[in-house]
Each structure stands twice: as C-alpha cells, then as structure tokens.
Design a binder for this molecule. Structure first.
Ligand code: SF4
Length: 434
C-alpha cells in the first residue's frame, strides 16, 4: 500500500496528536467529505490551536478501496482504544476552505463555539485548508506582552477610578482573551466599547449568550450594565490621544446589540467629536435598526460593520432569529450609511459548503453591487459545522457542489474590483481613497 502525501491526523485517548499514513487526510464541506489538493493547504501557523472533537470519529480516504473510512480506534495501540478527530483553530486573517472531516456518534452534543478547520499532515508539517485574506498582525498574540497589559490596566484604574468600563475591559483582556481589549491597554489599534446587555436577535452561535439547555457555555461574558455617555467618551478620548491612527468601536463580542443603546451612543459620539476629530468611530452591529443608525451617522459615526451569516433572508433568519426586524431592515441600514457618506463592511460569517454554495455566492455578488458595500471582513463562523446545516434546514452530505471559497474570492475580485477584502476594521487613513 502506498503512503498518501496528505495524511490523516488523529488524537489518541490521552490527547496526543499523531499523523496516520494509513489514510489520506481529507476535508469536509456541508457534511461532504472531499479529497484535498496540496494547493488547498497552508502550513499551520505557530499560534494556531488544536482541538480534539469528543464523541466524533475521524474520517480519511483509502485510495485502494476508493472510499472514505472512519477511524474509530487508535491504529497504533493494537487495542480497541477510541481515538478522535483533530481540528485546527486558525488565527485571524485566515479563512477556512474546509472543515475537519468527522462523523458524529449518537452521543455527540453541540460543539463549543469555535471554528473547526481541517488539520492534516503534509511534507513533515501540520497543514490546514485555508486562504489568507489579511496580513495585518494587530491581533497577533505574540506581540501582546501580558506584563505590559497588566500595567496598562492598573494605570487606567488609577486615572479613571469611577469608570465602570475600565474593570470590564480589564476582565476582557485578562479572562476573555479579547485581542482588542489587550491592545486597548497597550495603547494601540482599536478601542472596544461595549454598551449593551441586551439583544434583538438570538444567533445560534452567539458567543455572549447561550440558553443553558443547549449545553455550550458562551465564550465571552456579556456586559451587565450600560455605561454613561461620559464614561464612554472618557475611554474613547484617551485612546484617540494615544494611537496615531485610532479606531473607537462599538459592538463587541462581550455584549448584545449596541443600537439598542442608540441614545447613549449618539450622545457619546457627540461628546467625543466635540473634543476630537481624530481617528475613526465604528459600529459593529446586526443592523436591524436603520433609524438608529441614521442618527449615529448624523452624530459622527464613520464606519459600520454589518454582521451576517448569509445575504439571503431565509438563511439569515434561521441563524440570527431576529426579533422585531428582518433582513430588509439590514439592507436598509446599509443604504442609510452609504447615503450619509459612510463606509460599510460586511462581517461575513463564513462556513465552508454554505458560503461557497452557488446560491449564496451568486446572491453575495448581487448584494454587494446593489448596496455598494465597501469591504468584506471574512470571519470563520465559530459554530458546530454539522449543526449549522441542520439549523439552516439544509441537507448534509450528498454529492459535492459549490465552487470553493477561493473561487468565490476570485469572482468577487473580478466583479467588484474596488471591493476591499480583509479581516479587520479599516483605519481612517485607509478610507481616504476608498
Ligand atoms: S446579534 Fe450579536 S449579540 Fe445578538 S444574538 Fe447575534 S451574536 Fe449575539
């Protein structure tokens, strides 16, 4: 039997990770297993993470049998010991083109809220199936010195002892591993300003609230208070002074929907802009409230990042479960920002097999043109890759279709040459010729 070039990777019962040359490593899209081409692969970055998938079975390809095979037992022990699929969790700026290939056992529960990329062994190194979309290193953990962050938090507590956002963001930096919060205390890039304990949607994969019966903990602690406009302005103005090309950003992972605190944010923006015209003020939002977004634009908002998993109403609604608004309000918000001269990014929550399906890709091309969207921020959706399709009412498995994420990127570049692709919110300096 010949050894495959791309080898399956599995985790033994003790959690140790091994390549297995007895099976070819493959990927998965929409529950379909697919053989990988070396051109699909990138070496796993040093700061990627490995996840072992409980109650699931790794799947590889046997070229002689010409079939996909489940690897239920550790092939190296000679005993019937369970082994597990291994997924790669990639750092920002890399978009997954396949999920890890696995089958579920009857005991399988919802996976924790992360993205599960394929992880294979190729030419002596671990690899993932992904495309780079942004080379900016602003969330690179290796540049974030824990001692300097700790000193930054203490410094802010001394200078702003009554500001409740300081201890909240301190917790985000030290407990929730929030890169924006860490950078805030290092005095650089984007200042995160959470404001809303509540939301008007109920996303299946919301990282700050999950109903207890689903059995997965949210990965962020949601803010429990609404800061005053003065608290917000204090934090924002400090950042605008310190960073040369700063962003102040409402709508964070540790909160609900910021436009539900529209009056507070509007007043805060007016306070900030009365003292500083520097930098960019950004809103990350589900964009269900166009009338609030119009007021925020009037107050001085520069950029808006609209989050969605799909640009098609049925799939948007099944994932977001919006309350009191619909997809047409989202597009109305985008049009509102554009009319006011603002810059719109789509925070496009990507899942291999859905995002690159012909229906979604065609709709994306159309929506970008119709609503004059400036940028796509490609985000791997942190959600169980099989449950996602069940939630959307779509079939899992079947024969391969879809064009692949790299082809979707190509089609977008051809159809919309001015569309910007990336991962991070744009800095003010980069908006000049946008
Ligand atoms: S819009 Fe954001 S805060 Fe609201 S449910 Fe969805 S992910 Fe959670």
């Amino acid at each position: 039997m010949s050894t495959p070039d791309i080898q399956l990777v599995f985790a033994a019962a003790d959690g140790k990770i091994y390549p297995y040359p007895g099976l070819e490593g493959v990927g998965m899209r929409a529950g379909r297993y697919e053989r990988l081409d070396p051109r699909d692969l990138i070496p796993l970055p040093k700061h990627a993470e490995f996840f072992l998938l409980p109650d699931r079975v790794a799947v590889g390809y046997d070229a002689e049998k010409r079939s996909y095979i489940e690897l239920a037992h550790d092939p190296y022990t000679g005993r019937e010991e369970r082994c597990y699929p291994v997924a790669a969790f990639l750092p920002p700026g890399l978009t997954l083109t396949h999920n890890v290939a696995y089958a579920e056992t009857p005991q399988a529960k919802l996976l924790p809220l992360f993205a599960y990329g394929t992880c294979v062994y190729y030419r002596g190194e671990f690899h993932a199936s992904a495309v780079p979309v942004d080379a900016d290193r602003r969330h690179d953990e290796r540049t974030m010195d824990a001692a300097a962050i700790g000193r930054g938090i203490e410094d802010f507590k001394r200078r702003y002892p009554a500001n409740r956002l300081v201890p909240h963001l301190g917790g985000c930096a030290t407990t929730n591993a929030c890169a924006n919060a860490k950078n805030y205390f290092l005095g650089r890039y984007e200042a995160p300003i959470p404001t809303s304990p509540v939301c008007n949607a109920q996303c299946q994969g919301c990282i700050s609230f999950q109903p207890p019966e689903r059995g997965v903990p949210p990965s962020q602690h949601r803010i429990t208070f609404t800061p005053t406009p003065e608290e917000i302005a204090e934090i924002a103005l400090d950042h605008l002074e310190r960073e040369p090309d700063p962003i102040v950003s409402f709508g964070q992972g540790c909160e609900g929907e910021p436009t539900l605190q529209g009056a507070v944010i509007e007043r805060a923006i007016r306070l900030i802009r009365a003292k500083s015209s520097k930098g960019s003020i950004n809103l990350n939002t589900n964009a269900g409230r166009p009338e609030v977004i119009a007021r925020l634009m009037d107050a001085g908002l520069n950029t808006v990042r609209v989050s969605t998993n799909s640009v098609r109403e049925p799939y948007y609604s099944r994932y977001y479960q919006p309350r009191g608004y619909s997809w047409s309000d989202v597009t109305a918000s985008i049009d509102t920002v554009k009319r006011a001269g603002g810059y719109v990014s789509l925070n496009y929550l990507t899942m291999p097999g859905f995002t690159d399906s012909p229906g979604e890709a065609d709709a994306l091309l159309r929506v970008i043109g119709e609503h004059r969207i400036d940028m796509i921020q490609w985000r791997n959706l942190n959600y169980d890759p099989r449950q996602y399709f069940r939630d959307l009412g779509l079939e899992l498995g079947g024969s391969a279709d879809g064009q692949g994420i790299p082809r979707v990127l190509e089609r977008l570049r051809e159809a919309h040459p001015r569309l910007r692709m990336g991962y991070f919110n744009p800095k003010r300096s980069s908006l000049v010729d946008a």
